[in-house]
Design a protein around this ligand. Structure first.
Ligand SMILES: [Zn+2]
Length: 234
């Protein structure tokens, strides 16, 4: 006599586990969009940060230039105190030239500073944006992890039940079930419903109904190969 009841329970447990595993596979999808948004923000941040760094470097170079020119000017002014009349003319010309250079560098500095202020504001804004997107992503990530952990708990309980049910089977049927389970990719037992296999939907030959109702031998679906049982007259 076949343990039809146990096989029927196994079919239900298998189906529940299968469904939960399917749900579990769906979860990474809900992370895709926030993850790609986070990456876009990170890219933008690194682009703005790069600009900011370059501008800061440029700024320090120009500041350096100005400092050197101011230094040069003060040295020449010192020289002018001990200069002869003819030297003095030359020094004056030189002073004028340096002053012109300084005002040119100052203008450059002013423009660069303006640009720097703008990029600084940009950087602060993008940084804040990225932070908030990151926080959102982390929240979703933790939620997803929790949901997956809940599913894992449910699956573990069902697996324990499944192991108990398998333990109740005679060894021959157990071997057949495990083979059918592997072949059926996680669904080891099919039902005959309205003379069809409920898992692969193939129409069962007319003599199957009588054979199935006898519950004497293991019968496999002619199409998907899974163990097939009938619970019609239970
Ligand atoms: Zn089938």
């Amino acid at each position: 006599m076949l343990s039809v009841k146990t096989l029927a329970e196994l079919a239900k447990v298998d189906a529940s586990i299968y469904k939960l595993e399917e749900n579990k596979d769906e979860f990474p999808n809900q992370l895709k969009k926030p993850f790609s948004l986070l990456n876009t923000k990170k890219l933008e941040l690194s682009r703005v940060k790069n600009k900011y760094d370059k501008l800061r470097e440029h700024l320090s170079i120009v500041e350096d230039q100005k400092e050197k020119l101011v230094d040069k000017l003060s040295k020449i002014q010192e020289l002018s105190r001990e200069a002869t009349a003819s030297e003095y003319q030359k020094i004056l010309r030189e002073q004028l030239k340096i002053k012109k250079d300084i005002s040119f560098v100052e203008k450059r500095l002013e423009t660069s500073l303006e640009k720097f202020e703008t990029i600084k504001t940009d950087l602060e804004r993008v940084n804040k944006d990225t932070q908030s997107v990151m926080e959102e992503y982390e929240t979703i990530f933790i939620e997803t992890k929790d949901q997956i952990a809940d599913l894992d708990d449910e699956i573990a309980i069902l697996n324990t039940k499944r192991d108990q049910l398998i333990g109740n089977l005679d060894s021959e049927i157990k071997t057949a079930y495990l083979k059918s389970y592997k072949l059926g990719k996680g669904k080891g037992v099919a039902f005959s419903v309205d003379a069809r296999c409920n898992l692969c939907n193939v129409k069962l030959p007319p003599n199957f109904a009588i054979k199935l109702q006898k519950h004497e031998n293991l019968i496999n679906c002619p199409s998907c190969g899974r163990i097939i049982i009938s619970v019609d007259n239970d």
